[in-house]
Structures are given as C-alpha cells and as structure tokens.
Write a protein that binds this ligand. Structure first.
Ligand SMILES: *Cc1c(COP(=O)(O)O)cnc(C)c1O
Length: 386
C-alpha cells in the first residue's frame, strides 16, 4: 500500500477545516512596508523586532563578508567549515553576555534538538512548559529522556513534578513565549532549579535583543546573573535580523555539544559572511537603545489603543501581541480582510497554537511609526464593528 495515496484526502480535509496553509511571497526586502505578491502592505507579522533585517550597515557587512570569505562555508564546523567570523562572533557573544562560552548553530530549531538529544540521557526527565516552542518539544522527543509537560506558566505544578521526580531533571522554557508574548517566570524557574538541583534551559529567541540591559535578554530583564541559567539559547534570525542561533553555557556544556550534538556535527556551518553580518548586528543591537525604547513605546501605544476600542488582548508586555479570535475560520477571515486594507498579519492556527485559540499574532517592530499603529487600530476597530 502506498502512503502517498492518502495525501489528497488529507490535504482536502485540512482545507475544509480552515487549517490549510499557504505561503505568501515577498517581492521586497523584509521591513514594515513590504511588497507581497505585488501588493504594498504594512507588515505586522515579522520577528524583525529591531528592524535590522534590511539595515544598510548589515547589507554592507554582508557584502564585505562575501567578498572576503565567499558565499558558502563548504563544510561542517568540525571539518573545514569553521572560520574566523564564526570564531569572533562566538567570542563577542560570550563577552557580551559574560558567559564562559558560546556555540553557534545553523538554526534555533537545530540548536534545541541538538542540545536536548545530546545532554539528556535515558532515565533523565525533561520538564517543559506546555506552550514551549515546537523545536524544544521535538528536541525532547528525539532525546532518550522522559518528557513531561506542565501547564503553561504553572510553576506550582512544576514544583510538584520536581518533588516527585527520582531522576536527574532539566527544566526547559521559552524566555518569551513565541505565540503569546508572555515572559517566563524567570525568578521562580531559577529558584526551583536551584532548590531541586535541576538543570535549566531558557530559549530566548524572542527576548534576546528585545529585553534587558543592552538587549541582553530575559535573564538580564529579570535582574538575574547569566550563571543562573546554565543553558541559554537565543536565535539570530529574529531581533538580530540575520539567521542562525547560539547556545551560551559553561566550557563543559559547550564542549559536550561539539562532541555529541548531531545537529551540530552533521550539518554545514552557516556561511562565514552571515557570521560577519551578525557581528555588525550585535554591535548595532547592543548600542542603539532607541530601537528598544521605540519598541516599548509603540507596544504601549498599541495596547492602550486596543483597550480604548474594546479589543481583548492577552497579558503581554512584549512586542508579540496576539489577538485571540478562537476559531480558525474567523482568524483567516480577519487576516484576509486586513490584507485587503493593506495590512499583512497571518492567521496562526492549530497545531501551532492550541485548538480553539486561533489568532492574529501581531508583532511590532522598532521601525514602525506611531501612524502605522494607529492605522492598524483603525482597521481592527472596523472589523470589530462588522
Ligand atoms: C523561532 C524560534 C526557534 C527556532 O529558531 P530558528 O533559528 O528559526 O530555527 C526556536 N525557539 C523559539 C522560541 C523560537 O521562537
């Protein structure tokens, strides 16, 4: 029997359930004003929080990097793909965060899968927030450890699990939840890790560059030293505007990953020019505080405006501002109607978010203008009234 024979039926049922996904093609560079399939739109759905993805200084750094190092890395890091830009970027990230060492991964997804599958063994337990990013969940599934999930943000339940556990455990949480924008209870998580002698992993894909002193992320934002989080992960494709990811940790953690993480060992290194570009991005991200200040002010403007028109937003203080609409059909309708008015926001539907919580995941960027926020609010108000 051929498994491909069922695909058509499956695809059709996705369409009927409003779960079918289509890609929209950008004809322009990433930014707040984009051209999508030929239409000029105002975008509120990228993770380019600081507006760096198309920054002229990064473009220049990339061009210089390509001239010097070529376009491809040619091999995995352990063969001949590791070059000076990777080395410097790792060093600069480690100095910036004041951690022992940093290791680059080609993507955040690969970092999470590589970390959990190489650091955790049979008989260990991974305790995860239920709304953790798919890559943490998949990393847990690929490891031989036992996977347990606690209700979202429920540190009481997490403590009960830790109390009962007879095994070595690791707590894993998003630093900022990718589809909800809430911050993880960092203080409670670090306290619990200490109290129960558990390891702690924070995936700060949406916090690094956005929160904390100089954009140092969620740990700094909570007033904690980095050493409270022995495994800190952040991605470079969001606030930093490039691509890739890194893990920050002790000498032993990093060396173990180099020896054992299969998604590190068996894959081509990111292009050196991209590492060069990210070095420039790190400089700009950390020194241009106005970007984070803008982001914060625009987020407040959006939240206050939303409240004034009676929009029911969730409790997020970050630039991720989900508008939960419930069913997938409604989320799609709203997304399509906004598109017709010149606003790009995708409908996020199950299984990316739990059933019954389809939403518009609105994200704000430092390079939005107050008038952009006001325009979005006016269009949302029209939708509320129909
Ligand atoms: C985006 C994201 C990742 C994946 O990072 P990529 O570099 O895009 O693969 C991992 N964790 C979280 C929380 C994310 O939001």
């Amino acid at each position: 029997m051929n498994p491909l024979a069922d695909l058509k039926v499956d695809l059709n049922s996705r369409k009927l359930e409003n779960l079918y996904r289509v890609r929209r093609t950008l004809h322009s560079s990433q930014g707040v004003e984009v051209n999508c399939n030929g239409d000029s739109l105002l975008s509120f759905c990228s993770n380019d929080y600081l507006g760096l993805a198309s920054d002229p200084r990064l473009i220049k750094a990339s061009q210089k990097g390509v001239s010097k190092y070529g376009v491809g890395s040619g091999a995995a890091h352990l063969i001949s793909g590791h070059s000076l830009p990777h080395h410097f970027l790792e060093k600069e990230l480690a100095d910036f965060l004041e951690v022992e060492r940093v290791l680059l991964f080609s993507t955040g997804y690969m970092a999470n899968v590589g970390i959990l599958s190489s650091l955790m063994s049979r008989n260990d337990v991974i305790l995860q927030d239920k709304l953790n990013h798919a890559s943490l969940i998949d990393g847990g599934l690929q490891s031989s450890a036992k996977l347990k999930r606690y209700d979202h943000l429920n540190t009481k339940l997490l403590e009960e699990m830790l109390q009962k556990s007879q095994h070595k455990s690791l707590i894993a949480s998003d630093g900022v939840f990718s589809m909800d924008g809430e911050k993880a209870p960092m203080k409670e998580l670090t306290d619990l890790a200490q109290k129960y002698d558990s390891a702690l992993l924070i995936d700060d894909a949406h916090g690094f560059g956005v929160l904390g002193e100089m954009g140092k992320g969620s740990v700094s934002d909570s007033g904690l030293p980095m050493k409270k989080v022995p495994i800190y992960i952040a991605t470079l494709g969001k606030a930093l505007g490039t691509m890739g990811a890194f893990v920050a940790g002790s000498e032993e953690v990093i060396e173990t990953l180099i020896q054992k993480a299969r998604s590190y060992i068996y894959t081509t290194a990111m292009p050196p020019s991209l590492a060069e570009t990210t070095r420039m991005s790190l400089k700009i991200m950390s020194s241009e505080q106005w970007r984070r200040d803008n982001l914060y002010e625009l987020t407040i403007r959006f939240r206050e405006g939303a409240k004034a028109i009676g929009l029911n937003l969730s409790d997020s203080e970050t630039p991720i501002q989900p508008l939960i609409l419930g069913d997938s059909e409604k989320a799609l309708q709203w997304s399509n109607k906004l598109y017709d008015e010149g606003i790009l926001i995708n409908a996020i539907r199950p299984p990316t978010v739990p059933n019954g919580s389809a939403r518009l995941r609105i994200t704000i960027s430092a390079i939005h203008k107050p008038k952009h926020i006001d325009f979005l609010l006016a269009e949302l108000q029209k939708l509320l009234e129909t």
